[in-house]
Design a protein around this ligand. Sequence first.
Ligand SMILES: NC(=O)c1ccc[n+]([C@@H]2O[C@H](COP(=O)([O-])OP(=O)(O)OC[C@H]3O[C@@H](n4cnc5c(N)ncnc54)[C@H](O)[C@@H]3O)[C@@H](O)[C@H]2O)c1
Length: 314
Amino acid sequence: MPALPIVVVTGGAGFIGSHTVDRLMESGHRVVVLDNFSTGKRANLARWADNPALHVVTCDVAHGIFAALAPITKQHGPVERIVHLAAQVSVVASIANPLVDMQVNYGGTLHVMEYARATGVKKVAFASSAAVYGDVTELPVREDIHCQPISPYGNHKLASELALDYYASVHNVPTTALRFFNVYGPRQDPSSPYSGVISIFTDRARAGKTLTIFGDGSQTRDFVYVGDVVRAILAAAGDGNSRLIANVGTGGETSVLELARAVNELCGNRSTIEHAPSRAGEILKSRARVDRLRDQLGVVAQTALHDGLKATLA
Ligand SMILES: NC(=O)c1ccc[n+]([C@@H]2O[C@H](COP(=O)([O-])OP(=O)(O)OC[C@H]3O[C@@H](n4cnc5c(N)ncnc54)[C@H](O)[C@@H]3O)[C@@H](O)[C@H]2O)c1
C-alpha cells in the first residue's frame, strides 16, 4: 500500500486546528499534530485517539520541530504539507507581553519555514489574521491596502506573512497565508476572557445568563463559520497559489447587538442583554473582501450565521 501523505498541523489540538485535523483524517492523510497544549485540548482530538494515522506530539513550535518530527518521518517518510496554526492567540496578552508574542507568533513561523526549506515541504498554509489591517475605514477590507496593525499580535502575523513570502521567493517553498476574520463554531473555548464573542454569548445564553455588550452594539464583525474556514485552509494547503494572501470571511457584517439577539432567540430568549461602556481601541466595523478567496482558492463561505450558531449551540 502506498504511504499516506503526511500533513503536519501545528496548533492541531486547538479550535480551528482540530476541525482541520478532522477533515484531513477523513480524507485519508497521516496527520501529525504539533501542539504545546497551552490552549489546545486532547479532548478535541478524542475521536481519533485509536487511529494510528494520527500522531499527537507535545512540542513548542518555536523550539523543537525538527526533533519532534524526526521519529515520525524516519518511519513514515517526509512531511508533504504543513498547516501552521499554532499561535499565542490573545491580542491583549500580546500587548502585555510583546516579546513572548514575538517568540511564538513570529519565531514559531520561522521555525516552521526553516523546517519546510530544509526538508522540501511541498506547501505551507499559514493562519494570519484580520488584525494585520489595524483600524480600517474602507470596507470591505481589501488584501492590498496598507497594513497598519495596532497590536504586537497583528505585527507578528504581518511579519510572518513577510517571512512566508521570503521563503517562497528566495527558497522556493510554496506558501499561502490566510487572514481569518472572526471565526466561530463548536469547540471554541468560552472560558478564556479573550475568546470570541460568539463563544461567550452562546455559553452564557445557554445558561440564561446576561449578555453584556460593550457600547451600543452597533460595532460589526464578519463572523465566519469554522467549517468554511477549514475549506479555505485545505485549499491553501493544496498545490498552487504560492505567495497568495487571502482574506477568509463571508463578505458580510453582523452587528454585535444583532448577534446577541440571534443567540438569545435560539436559546429561548432567557437572557437579558445589557450594555457596558465601550472598550478603548475597539475596531468599529469589519468586513472582508472575499474575491481572492473565491477566485484563487475556489472557496465561498456557505454557512449562514443562523445555521452556524445552531451548530455551535448543538
Ligand atoms: N479564532 C479566530 O477568530 C482567529 C482569527 C484570526 C486568526 N486566528 C488564528 O488561527 C489560529 C488558530 O486559532 P484558534 O482560534 O484555533 O485558537 P486556539 O487557541 O484554539 O488554537 C491555537 C493552538 O496553538 C497551540 N499553541 C499555542 N502556542 C503554541 C506553541 N508555542 N507551540 C505549539 N502549539 C502552540 C495551542 O495549544 C492551541 O492548540 C491561530 O494562529 C490564530 O492566531 C484565529
